[in-house]
Design a protein around this ligand. Structure first.
Ligand code: NAD
Length: 493
């Protein structure tokens, strides 16, 4: 294939990742044009990245289509062995992969290591699931017929992912698709190309058959080239609600879509809550990954009887967070991934203050760490529902807090935006826990904890946060389609 690297270049690629390449049809392939990727902690150039074109995407789709003809029939135990093998290599190369994540998008090395560990577990989880894809035999209303309902792979998958969990969000799609017998072309975010490229070097090392998994790196032109390519049988997208809407409106033909979109997640703290636990939960889910999590707590509604105590304690806890380069193990909050992200955060903070809210800690960019994209972990108290922080996704190290007196009103406010991804509740009252669990209109509701996603339960949004799920058996089913096979076998005389 034109542009394919020679064997010495392939070996060199595994050792140095400063010049990245696409991975198409089982080999590393150069792209005509490149762009520079920057470290958000200091804006230094960390890699030359392919700006893949429609031609590159087309080559990847062609390879994936050819590979699908075989991969779909590969025995599930063999598919499982491939997935286990990649998972083992990922775990062995955990540190290298984690450093790539921290360098490209800023999260702390501890969080990045946790992400790689979860990626390895996803490979093992879906390796097991690959061997459990089975069907049903359905009774017929006339004798002599058997109806077999089987599940078959959908085909060639196009996957587009964001930068905030650059490996896990690639991994959930990749693992489930391969387990199902699909082949895949993945386009990661232009703000996080290093770790996906390293993941593909793990895939290469594991000897996955050529064309089963392909990587096309790039930004502006590459995403639309994937979304608009007629050769995909399904598109799996994770990213902002705005981009998801654009893709859904523009798909060239009717085909299955999975849309994992933006959050703006509420938290309700009732008068019966354990305030220590609620504060710890808000600090964890509001500020990990510098608040750049689709399920980050964005807006907090606190019962008026515990409001002051909650704000004081949260302010104290957040003001203790250490901000700096995520490679430093003492740091709690790294830089934000992009300057545009910092601008949105600053806009939300200024809007809240202009409308009468009070910043109790943080509230500004950290100029002493410039040119890195650093923003102080920020708590805004005295918010109201009109403020941007209480109705849009901030996607940064900021939470807005407001008091409520009537729990039903708090539920209305929590449900009152387009977001439907995750909601959090703290209460010591079982009735409140069940009522709120039932009434909150979100794909994930976590009560007295803030870890709304686990590997073997379906995870997805509703309303403006998208449709379709990842994780668990349901995540695998997103890559399968039913076939009804009705056989007439005759009747016994
Ligand atoms: P984004 O929408 O800007 O980009 C996501 C991906 O889409 C990138 O790979 C980008 O290059 C590509 N893209 C951009 N425009 C495109 C187009 N017109 N056609 C095709 N592809 C295009 O999002 P982001 O800034 O990378 O990620 C942050 C967003 O992702 C947040 O809103 C966050 O909530 C969301 N997110 C959701 C989940 C979830 O599970 N629901 C998980 C993580 C992140």
């Amino acid at each position: 294939m034109p542009g394919e690297l020679t064997t010495p270049e392939r070996k060199a690629h595994a050792m140095t990742i400063t010049t990245l390449n696409n991975y198409i049809d089982g080999g590393w392939v150069r792209s005509e044009t490149t762009f520079k990727a920057l470290n958000p902690a200091d804006e230094k150039v960390i890699a030359e990245v392919p700006a893949s074109t429609a031609t590159d995407v087309d080559a990847a789709v062609t390879a994936a289509r050819r590979a699908f003809a075989d991969w779909r029939h590969v025995n599930p135990t063999v598919r499982a062995r491939h997935l286990h093998s990649i998972g083992d290599i990922v775990k062995t190369r955990e540190r290298e992969l984690a450093e790539a994540i921290t360098t490209e998008m800023g999260k702390t090395i501890g969080e990045a290591t946790g992400e790689v560990d979860k990626l390895a577990k996803a490979f093992h989880f879906y390796a097991e699931e690959a061997t459990r894809i089975h069907g049903e035999v359905i009774p017929n209303d006339v004798d002599g017929f058997a109806s077999l309902v089987v599940q078959e792979p959908i085909g060639v998958i196009g996957a587009i992912t964001p930068w905030n969990y650059p490996l896990e969000l690639v991994g959930w799609k990749l693992c489930a698709a391969l387990a199902a017998g699909c082949t895949i072309v993945i386009k990661p975010s232009q703000y996080a190309s290093l770790s996906p490229a390293l993941l593909f070097s793990c895939i290469d090392e594991a000897g996955l058959p050529a064309g089963v998994a392909n990587l096309v790196l790039g930004g502006g032109e590459t995403g639309p080239a994937v979304a608009g390519h007629p050769g995909f049988d399904k598109l799996a997208f994770t990213g902002s609600t705005a981009t998801g809407g654009k893709i859904a409106r523009g798909v060239p033909a009717a085909k299955p879509l999975t849309m994992e979109l933006g959050g703006s997640c509420p938290m309700i703290v009732t008068d019966r809550a354990d305030i220590d636990a609620a504060v710890a939960g808000a600090a964890r889910r509001g500020f990990r990954n510098a608040g750049q999590i689709c399920i980050a707590i964005n807006r907090i509604y606190v019962h008026e009887t515990v409001y002051s105590e909650f704000v004081d304690r949260l302010t104290a806890k957040v003001s203790e967070l250490t901000v700096g380069n995520g490679m430093d193990p003492a740091v709690d909050v790294g830089p934000m991934a992009t300057r545009a992200g910092v601008d949105v955060v600053d806009q939300h903070v200024r809007d809240a203050v202009a409308r009468g809210a009070t910043v109790t800690t943080g509230g500004t960019r950290i100029e002493t760490l410039a040119p890195g994209n650093f923003y102080q972990p920020t708590v805004i108290a005295g918010c109201n529902p009109d403020m941007l922080v209480m109705r849009e996704e901030t996607f940064g190290p900021v939470v807005g807090v407001m008091p409520f007196s009537d729990l039903a009103k708090a539920v209305d406010l929590a449900n009152g935006t387009e977001a439907g991804l995750a909601a959090y509740v703290y209460t010591g009252d079982l009735t409140q826990a069940h009522d709120l669990g039932r009434l909150l209109d979100f794909g994930n509701v976590a009560v007295n904890n803030v870890d709304a996603g686990i590997m073997n339960a379906p995870y997805g949004g509703r309303k403006g946060s998208g449709f379709g799920v990842e994780h668990g058996k349901a995540g695998l089913e997103g890559y399968l389609q039913y076939k009804h096979l009705r056989i007439q076998y005759g009747t016994r005389q």
